[in-house]
Design a protein around this ligand. Structure first.
Ligand code: F0G
Length: 482
């Protein structure tokens, strides 16, 4: 039966500081704790009420909503009660985000890897990355705030490795006044496709020399001292929206994720935070009976989270790293702002799911590129960060972290087309030395020009088509039909 009603349940959202435990009302936009500077997560203080509904009932509710015709519930807010149950229907922004497909690895690819796995194609979101999940929630919140406060102008700002800015600009341009989008990018360190996105959406695009970590510091100062709305994942509403990824994975697998191992590329660490938070909520409500395993993946060229967790427990020290050029450029971050969130949630994950429930693996740049090329030659649409996940799975298999009846779900966080420049560098074997990537020449692919550039001139279509067909047949060695 189709569910056409908007939920009547409303919760109370509060910011909770993960460092000192301070609580602040969720009715304003806050980023860091005024008492200690720590990062927040949002908590529904009426969450306990949701327990009056059984896990089975929640599963049924979410399954029924799968066919809803109600726009506000068609995307991430299919899981309204578990995300941000304070918005009214009119606040919810839906641009087609969420419910991205999970595609089982092609038989040839699965055979090569040696473990069944699937890609969840989050590049099939409207701005072609997972960031849209978070923006749908953050922009719904901003609409809700503007309506309540009668604000007439709100400047949204974010630093970005390319995808946050694309998503922020898209949603801001859709919502329109009073919202305006400004994005701050590290010059030359987002791909041309990613750069074209905020430009096309009409955002103000500002660039600074340096890397993402530098731009992040700048927008933090701006958010502290000026009247702007920060849209980086310090904004906890974004984390809430991104929790939908976990809910979708669980629903796809019939709410049983006990044999699933999720591989997630880690940059600013917002995504892995959200994914763990989503699973923990479902576990708490009895919607899932067991947690899946979560593997964070980092490149050798930007590996602060891996460094932390690779040290023995009791001897772990947090230290940002200076990044080196990475093909997983969107995750090329040395000082992830959500690291304290990861720490907190990983602890809980391990407490409930055992030592193996949360791990971080590291991969080389070479492995990332080889894996992306391999995936896409086998019918997938993986970005370099999705390649990073596949390389992570390969390493986890190699060192015996995973196996048996397990199945992996890899997060292809963006569409392959955003990163086609790296594919081109691979085909041309033209990576600058700092990337540490050498192409496998047997995989190079380039277009073949069949006739000289002036061959079309002065010919009618029939004559030219005959020449073209002959050239194709000769190139491919086609046999004539009898
Ligand atoms: N994959 C892609 C395609 C990304 O754009 C990002 C982050 C990540 C993975 C890492 O996710 O930061 O949540 O750990 N991109 C941000 C941006 C930083 O500005 O677009 P994370």
């Amino acid at each position: 039966m189709q569910d056409t009603s908007f939920p009547s349940y409303r919760g109370q959202m509060e910011y909770v500081c993960l460092n000192c435990g301070a609580r602040r009302s969720g009715e304003s936009l806050l980023y860091t704790c005024d008492a200690c500077g720590g990062v927040f997560l949002l908590e529904n203080t009426d969450f306990q009420q949701l327990k009056a509904t059984s896990g089975q009932e929640w599963r049924d509710i979410f399954d029924r909503r799968a066919t809803t015709a109600k726009t506000a519930l068609r995307g991430i807010f299919r899981y309204y009660e578990l995300l941000a149950p304070v918005f009214d229907e009119e606040d919810i922004v839906f641009l087609g985000e969420g419910l991205t497909p999970i595609i089982e690895a092609s038989p040839s690819l699965a055979a090569k890897i040696g473990l069944p796995f699937a890609y969840k194609n989050d590049g099939q979101n409207p701005s072609a990355s997972f960031k849209d999940r978070g923006m749908a929630c953050a922009f719904s919140f901003l609409k809700w705030l503007c309506r309540r406060n009668n604000w007439d102008e709100v400047l949204t700002v974010c630093a970005s490795t390319g995808d946050t800015s694309a998503a922020a600009a898209l949603y801001a341009s859709y919502v329109g006044a009073p919202l305006k989008s400004v994005v701050l990018l590290p010059h030359g360190k987002v791909t041309p496709q990613q750069l074209s996105q905020p430009l096309g959406s009409g955002a103000v695009v500002l660039e600074l020399p340096g890397v993402f970590d530098d731009c992040m510091k700048v927008v933090e100062i701006l958010a502290e001292q000026y009247r702007v709305a920060l849209l980086n994942s310090k904004n906890s509403w974004r984390i809430l929206g991104q929790e939908s990824y976990a809910l979708e994975v669980a629903q796809w697998y019939g709410w049983d994720v006990s044999d699933q191992c999720l591989f997630v590329p880690v940059g600013n660490a917002g995504n892995i935070t959200a994914i763990m938070a989503g699973f923990l909520k479902m576990y708490d409500l009895g919607i899932i009976k067991r947690l899946p395993r979560v593997f964070g993946v980092q490149s050798e060229h930007a590996d602060p989270v891996w460094r932390y967790y690779s040290a023995p427990k009791g001897n772990r020290h947090w230290a940002p790293v200076t990044v080196r050029p990475s093909v997983a450029q969107a995750a090329m971050i040395g000082n992830p702002v959500s690291f304290p969130r990861v720490q907190k949630l990983a602890e809980r994950f391990i407490e409930l799911g055992g030592e193996r429930a949360f791990q971080v693996v590291r991969v080389t740049e070479q492995q990332i590129m080889d894996a992306m090329i391999l995936a896409n030659r086998n019918g997938h649409i993986s970005c370099t960060q999705g390649g990073e996940c596949l390389a992570g799975l390969q390493n986890a298999l190699k060192i015996g972290l995973i196996g048996g009846n397990e199945h992996a779900v890899l997060d292809a966080t963006a569409h392959s087309l955003k990163f086609s420049g790296f594919q081109q560098m691979y085909f041309e074997n033209s990576f600058p030395p700092a990337y540490d990537v050498v192409a496998d020449a047997s995989l190079a692919n380039e277009p073949v020009l069949l006739l000289p550039p002036n061959a079309r001139e002065g010919k009618d279509i029939q004559t030219f088509a005959k020449m073209g067909a002959d050239a194709v047949a000769s190139k491919l060695g086609l046999l004539k039909k009898k």
